[in-house]
Design a protein around this ligand. Structure first.
Ligand code: XIL
Length: 472
């Protein structure tokens, strides 16, 4: 789908960026976070041609940490609530665009896409609509007027819209929403036609949850989309919300994305979060990282899958604990806005798909950059495992850190402490725990872990922020 030449040029451009970052490192000797070795999510996603988005709660944009992460890490934003019907038209005929406008303006300032969410949905309708009674023809007009008004307002500024949200029951039949009950299936085609007339350049999506794998619900969605295409209805994409549970990424995710893409549609992972039973622990967080990576890989493997949006930046702001009792920790950042293993996994998936190396601890013969010194000590070993402690001294102050190293083939991290651990093949990535991300210049960070499947090796090469450390 994307011309090969564009990718080659982008790769070249990346190589140039990488080379100049390396020169800067040599010249000034002060980077542990060079752009090439430690890209942001949006930098990592860019060469893949995909966007990486987040749901944004516009009320939190006044928090500088939140705002910073939203603008630097993501190339697309979705309004978590500000573009829903109850937000934009709380009284009939009285529009309030303040929150929606704020988000669009934020996106424009930060060179981001806006993913429009959402126009026709049974939930979060204003009271006057939810509780009002209207004749069928009146309801149809209310619905198409709403679509027309909202899409027109942002004509040319919002390239993708979720036109219809959550139209299905779990068995693949239509949900008995107000719209379906009164207007029948045609409410869907009419909404898409109104949206297309209001902004012919916008790509129009139907979005739902529990349709990530091949199942009865996604089969129903698939059949609907086929019918709409046959009727010439302007539909261009399918949104897979992807509110998932740790350990339960559907095995048929890629196959499902592919079958929609084969209809000529775009597919977007629109609301990714992966929740767990609380409290979180390091093994759940590692499993979550694998799951994030699996979802990203499924999208990245299919040309028509054009982006991934996570539903919230941090566990502090996520909708999950309010809705799923006892569950949480579903986002890529923790409650303190520190990146979790899930963040690293997402980034590594993009880096790899973009043709980069997800961070190389370096050849043990390399001299190291001089900005860090690492001691990798195996304090106890037996035939099937070992206990390791790692300490890294940094010449620069850090607010967060990421340490990487390779274990011998077949050896895995069984449990770890003082860090968040994820492993892909032999590569282990450790990020700071919520309480030990801050290290002063000349200070030392440390963590430890136990292996299974064999023992680690004393003196294993270690990198900090993608830069090889000298052995200490
Ligand atoms: C959620 C928001 O995150 C919450 O803040 C709000 O209270 C309820 O809606 N599917 C969707 C999203 O399409 O709009 C929902 O967002 C999550 C489920």
């Amino acid at each position: 789908m994307r011309p090969h030449r564009v990718r080659t040029v982008r790769r070249l451009a990346r190589a140039v960026v990488a080379a100049s970052a390396a020169v800067a490192t040599l010249a000034f000797g002060l980077t542990t976070t060079s752009q090439a070795a430690n890209p942001t999510l949006r930098e990592a996603a860019e060469p893949t041609g995909r966007f990486i988005g987040t749901a944004v709660n516009d009320g939190l944009l006044s928090n500088s940490t939140y705002r910073n992460i939203a603008s630097t890490e993501f190339s697309s934003v979705t309004a978590e609530n500000a573009m829903k019907w109850e937000s934009v038209e709380p009284q009939r005929g009285q529009f309030n665009w303040a929150g929606a406008d704020r988000l669009v303006q934020f996106a424009q300032q930060n060179d981001q896409l806006v993913y429009g969410h959402t126009l026709v949905w049974h939930s979060q309708m204003p009271d006057w609509l939810e509780n009002g009674s209207f004749s069928n023809s009146e309801l149809r007009t209310i619905m198409t007027d709403h679509v027309t008004t909202q899409v027109s307002r942002y004509r040319g500024q919002i390239p993708r819209w979720d036109v219809v949200n959550e139209a299905f029951n779990e068995d693949g039949t239509f949900r008995q929403s107000k719209f379906y009950q009164q207007l029948g299936e045609s409410y869907i085609a009419d909404s898409f036609r109104a949206a297309h007339a209001a902004d012919p350049s916008a790509k129009l999506f139907i979005n739902d949850y529990n349709v990530e794998g091949v199942n009865a619900k996604s089969d129903g969605l698939y059949r609907l989309v086929q019918r709409l295409l046959d009727q010439g209805v302007p539909i261009h994409g399918v949104g897979l919300q992807s509110h998932l549970i740790v350990g339960q990424v559907p095995g048929t995710l890629q196959q499902n994305i592919q079958r929609f893409a084969n209809l000529g549609l775009e597919v977007v992972i629109t609301e990714l979060d992966i929740r767990m039973q609380m409290p979180a622990d390091s093994s759940k967080l590692q499993r979550q990282a694998q799951d994030y990576r699996a979802v990203a890989n499924a999208c990245l493997a299919v040309d028509g899958c054009t982006g991934i949006t996570v539903w919230g930046i941090s566990d502090r702001d996520s909708w999950v604990p309010d809705v799923f009792e006892g569950q949480g920790a579903a986002c890529p950042y923790d409650e303190n806005y520190q990146p979790k293993p899930a963040y690293e996994a997402l980034r590594a998936a993009f880096v790899e798909a973009g043709g980069g190396d997800p961070g190389d601890p370096g050849d043990p013969g390399d001299p190291g950059t001089g900005s860090c010194t690492a001691v990798f000590t195996v304090s106890n070993r037996w035939s099937t495992g070992s206990v390791v402690s790692v300490s890294v001294r940094t010449t620069q102050a850090l607010n967060t850190w990421r340490v990487e190293f390779d274990l011998p083939s077949g050896v895995t991290v069984a449990s770890g402490w003082n860090g968040g651990f994820s492993q892909s093949g032999s590569r282990v990535t450790v990020t700071n725990a919520p309480y030990n991300g801050t290290v002063s210049a000349g200070g030392t960070l440390s963590f430890g872990f136990q292996t299974s499947g064999g023992a680690a090796q004393d003196g294993t090469a270690v990198s900090l922020g993608g830069q090889r450390c000298a052995a200490g």
